[in-house]
Design a protein around this ligand. Structure first.
Ligand code: GDP
Length: 454
């Protein structure tokens, strides 16, 4: 897998865990038929024929690894856009906008022979708002006689147009040289990527059974507990085999090394929790079923939600649960944990080891949801159906419409709705609920953001 090509600045741990800075991201943006696909192929150095855009089909963003003069970057192609029936290309602009948000710089391709169209001008406005560096490629300049056509694109206000012929390769090297001067060496927007075992934060207030769980997991499975020196000074991670798979429990120093502080203990604990979450992909929040659910429990869960990590709830000390307490517990869950009803729940006992192995399917489910990507086509079909059945209520004589939806990112799944007006919070919650009904997303928070078009 080419994911394992190491970047400069990458570090490899003893255990094979790779920490790498993310490659800089270049988004390529342009109308259909400007020669975007041909240019993508040129940049990637592919010899095969130009990928044909299928008109009317919204392709998702496609990500490629590109390299020029030994420098590598990620190229994001925003797909074949067709202006839709409503004229102003909601989906064009929307896809572009998301791609641009997730990029370090933008390559905007214009057909120099046709000249700038209204759609081009529309995209330029969006690019300006984004404040990202934009490189303007004036395509179809197949020979010197057409250079003046390229020069005419100065009036887009995006700086110097770079005349290229994607078809013949003319000017592409110069363009790439220029792109490298604009791209940072490490992405400022893309998240860092890691290889190795999935990273788990074990969270919960003091005495819920975190260290018991850790010990039990390490002992029961007769493995691994090798201590890994973390990347920063203090935190220590431990690798534990559970369910036939190695998991990396992050920042377990805080669990192993008990710190009893009188003052500021809460503050210290939430710092630890935040630090562990920073490194983790999924959190297991332990709750002690022998005690009433506390504010602190809920606060810890909220920290997980804020961090956008996946979540599994482990109800510990189940061996001590009696019928009466159990009834209370169920009521508490209904009342205080309704907002995380989507999180897998495991009833377990760290002391006896009972149902410890059930954590694994919970973790796997939560991580899978966290990584889920809904294709743009399916998402928009879902939105059309939903809005047809349940239109947004009219507000002040106006009815906000959703023009287009796209999933901007995973980890956690984050959606962007492009709308003609503000959606009621209630309506957004309704959409979120329906997203969960259709796709589950068990174990992951999801975000639904909104962009209002005037
Ligand atoms: P931590 O502060 O979250 O690391 O909690 P510990 O693992 O130190 O556990 C606190 C206390 O609860 C210890 O006395 C444990 O033996 C006990 N304990 C932890 N898990 C269980 C459990 O599942 N059942 C019972 N009965 N006791 C538990």
């Amino acid at each position: 897998d080419d994911d394992l090509d190491l970047l400069e600045g990458a570090t490899v741990g003893e255990d094979g865990i790779i920490t790498m800075p993310a490659l800089p991201v270049l988004a390529i943006v342009g109308r259909p038929n400007v020669g975007k696909s041909a240019l993508v192929n040129r940049i990637l150095g592919r010899r095969e024929a130009v990928v044909e855009d299928t008109p009317g089909v919204t392709r998702d963003r496609v990500t490629y690894k590109a390299e020029w003069n030994t420098r590598r970057f990620t190229l994001v192609d925003t797909g074949g856009w067709e202006p839709d029936a409503s004229g102003i290309n909601a989906s064009v602009a929307a896809q572009a906008e998301v791609a641009v948000d997730l990029a370090d710089a933008v390559l905007f391709v214009v057909d120099a022979i046709t000249g700038a169209t209204a759609t081009d001008e529309f995209v330029v406005k969006m690019l300006r708002r984004s404040n990202k560096p934009v490189i303007l490629a004036a395509n179809k300049v197949d020979d010197a006689r057409q250079e003046p056509e390229a020069a005419a694109l100065w009036n887009l206000g995006l700086g110097e147009p770079w005349p290229v012929s994607a078809l013949h390769g003319r000017g592409v090297a110069d363009l790439l040289d220029h792109i490298l001067t604009v791209l940072p060496s490490v992405s400022a927007v893309a998240k860092e990527e890691y290889g190795g075992p999935r990273r788990v934060a074990l969270l919960g207030r003091p005495n819920v059974g975190k260290s018991s769980l850790l010990n039990k997991a390490a002992r029961e499975e007769r493995v691994v507990v090798n201590e890994l020196a973390g990347t920063t000074r203090d935190p220590i991670d431990e690798q534990v085999e559970l369910g036939g798979r190695i998991w990396r429990f992050v920042d377990t120093a805080g669990i192993r090394r008990r710190v009893h502080l009188q003052q500021g203990a809460d503050f210290y604990a939430s710092l630890r929790t935040a630090a562990a979450l920073e490194k983790a992909e999924v959190a297991v929040v332990l709750l002690d079923v022998t005690e009433p659910l506390s504010e602190q429990d809920v606060r810890i869960i909220d920290l997980v939600l804020e961090s956008g990590r996946a979540l599994v709830l482990a109800f510990n000390k189940w061996d001590l649960l009696d019928d009466e307490r159990r009834r209370y517990l169920e009521r508490e869950i209904e009342q205080d944990l309704a907002h995380v009803a989507w999180a897998p729940r495991i009833n377990m006992s760290a002391r006896t080891g009972r149902h410890l192995e059930k954590l694994v399917p919970g973790l796997e489910l939560a991580l899978e949801s966290w990584d889920t990507r809904i294709p743009t086509g399916k998402l928009n079909a879902f939105i059309s159906e939903l809005t047809a059945e349940h239109p947004h209520p009219v507000r002040g004589g106006k009815q906000p419409r959703i023009l287009f939806a796209t999933q901007a990112s995973t980890r956690p799944p984050t959606f962007v709705l492009f709308t003609t007006g503000f959606l009621d919070p209630q309506y957004r919650r309704f959409i979120t609920r329906r997203l969960r009904e259709v796709w589950g997303f068990e174990g992951t928070p999801i975000q639904v953001n909104m962009r209002v078009r005037e």
